[in-house]
Write a protein that binds this ligand. Structure first.
Ligand SMILES: C[S@@+](CC[C@H](N)C(=O)[O-])C[C@H]1O[C@@H](n2cnc3c(N)ncnc32)[C@H](O)[C@@H]1O
Length: 405
């Protein structure tokens, strides 16, 4: 199974990447166009299936492509994702002696608190994997219930007024209502502005923003801030569109684990990629000092406000995590986007410094690369936890603790 959710199929004419097959199966496929040098295929039929195959609970699963592991039982999904994390660490110092721990999602459907849709003319839906094409999905069952309802309302109220192409982000706020954020690639008719205003009057919709290319300022209706529950840490607030973890139940466990593994009590902590303060609030409660770095100025402002409201102290700065503020730190916590943190691990000024590094990753390929860099600097792995943040997909959240030899 490839990390993106495509099966890597051995054929007499070489390896072919293809959705719809599971490890160990015998399939018939047709080769399609190669993309970026990789041969690709389309499933014709499964000739011999594995025990973990199941009928996907979503009728659109094979057309949409957003949930490539929905054809696998929860047990098989877990085995596949654990193998991604184990592969990322294989052969590295400490990996053999470290047990891989795993945190399941409390729910495997109805868990996603944000969704990104696209429209092109009158088609609204998800963008297909590896393609710009849009699949109009009837109902997306991995979304939390308010988002599913919002999707219906969106189609009913805005569907006929959308022009050209654009993106729509749906984001849960305060656990019952939804923020709708539209980014249009071109000008939009007055009917769409009127429809946004009507949409915003529905009890389910907290607020709507509409940004058109060329217009600097977004038009907005209602409440455009999000409030995110993070369990024991409290509620975090931030502007709509700012990063938030996708699965509230798993995020609570992630926050708890990050703070526990950082063991920040009385220590000088550097937190990189802090967002609006998902881990910052918990770390600040226990560290002797905390410097937090984030590239997005709106997130930094929100993080500072969250800390103040929750009675915590930290120095939160706008900056590039790959070039952190100079200083002496005992612990570094980082949570980079998919691209990872290659430049950070290559920065001579930072290493070897902190005695502990807690690395949160959403991409096991870049994690593997960065762990190789970190272990070459004298660190070894001593804790390894996988979190099923995105059930039905091939993605997972990983938490690796590195300590200095
Ligand atoms: C995966 S999110 C994690 C945010 C936060 N830790 C959380 O759990 O909500 C990654 C964050 O890193 C920020 N980011 C991306 N590249 C960055 C860079 N080079 N320097 C600082 N922050 C960066 C993004 O704006 C985003 O907020």
């Amino acid at each position: 199974m490839g990390r993106g959710g495509d099966a890597v199929v051995e054929t007499p004419r070489g390896l072919v990447l293809m959705p719809g097959a599971l490890p160990g199966e015998l399939v018939e496929l047709v080769r399609t166009k190669s993309k970026r040098g990789a041969a690709r295929g389309r499933l014709i039929r499964v000739l011999e299936s594995v025990a973990g195959r199941r009928e996907p609970p979503c009728a659109d699963a094979s057309r949409c492509g957003g949930c490539p592991l929905m054809i696998a039982s929860p047990q098989l999904q877990r085995e596949i994702k654990q193998s991604f994390l184990a592969d990322a660490c294989r052969g590295l110092p400490g990996a053999d002696e470290t047990e891989l721990e795993w945190v399941d999602s409390p729910v495997t459907l109805g868990y996603r608190r944000r969704a990104r849709l696209a429209w092109h003319r009158d088609t609204v839906g998800y963008r297909q994997l590896h393609s710009k094409r849009i699949t109009p999905v009837g109902e997306c069952i991995v979304l939390v219930q308010p988002l599913r309802q919002a999707w219906d309302e969106l189609l009913a109220h805005l569907g006929s007024s959308l022009r050209g192409a654009g993106q729509i982000q749906l984001q849960l706020t305060d656990s019952t209502r939804v923020l709708v954020d539209l980014h249009a690639e071109g000008d939009q008719p007055p009917e769409l502005f009127a429809a946004c205003e009507t949409l915003c009057t529905l009890p389910l919709i907290a607020g709507v923003t509409l940004r058109t290319r060329g217009e600097g300022q977004a038009a907005s209706w209602g409440e455009t801030r999000v409030a995110i529950r993070t369990g024991a840490t409290g509620v975090l607030e931030g502007p709509g569109g700012v990063f938030s973890q996708a699965n509230d139940g798993v995020n609570e466990r992630l926050i708890e684990a990050v703070v526990r593994l950082a063991e920040p009590d009385g220590l000088r902590v550097l937190e990189l990629h802090c967002g609006i303060g998902n881990f910052t609030v918990g770390l600040a409660a226990r560290a002797s000092s905390l410097v937090a770095v984030e590239r997005d100025p709106l997130a930094v402002e929100a993080c500072q406000r969250n800390l103040k409201r929750l009675g915590r102290k930290a120095r939160v700065t706008v900056g590039d995590a790959n070039h952190p503020p100079k200083g002496r730190y005992d612990v570094v916590v980082l949570d980079p986007p998919r691209q990872g943190a290659k430049a950070l691990f290559e920065a001579a000024a930072v290493w070897p410094g902190p005695r502990r590094v807690v690395y949160v990753s959403c991409d096991t390929a870049t994690l593997a690369r960065d762990l190789r860099l970190a272990t070459a600097k004298g660190y070894h792995i001593d804790r390894l936890i996988g979190f099923d943040m995105f059930p039905q997909t091939a993605h997972l959240e990983s938490l690796v603790r590195l300590v200095r030899d």
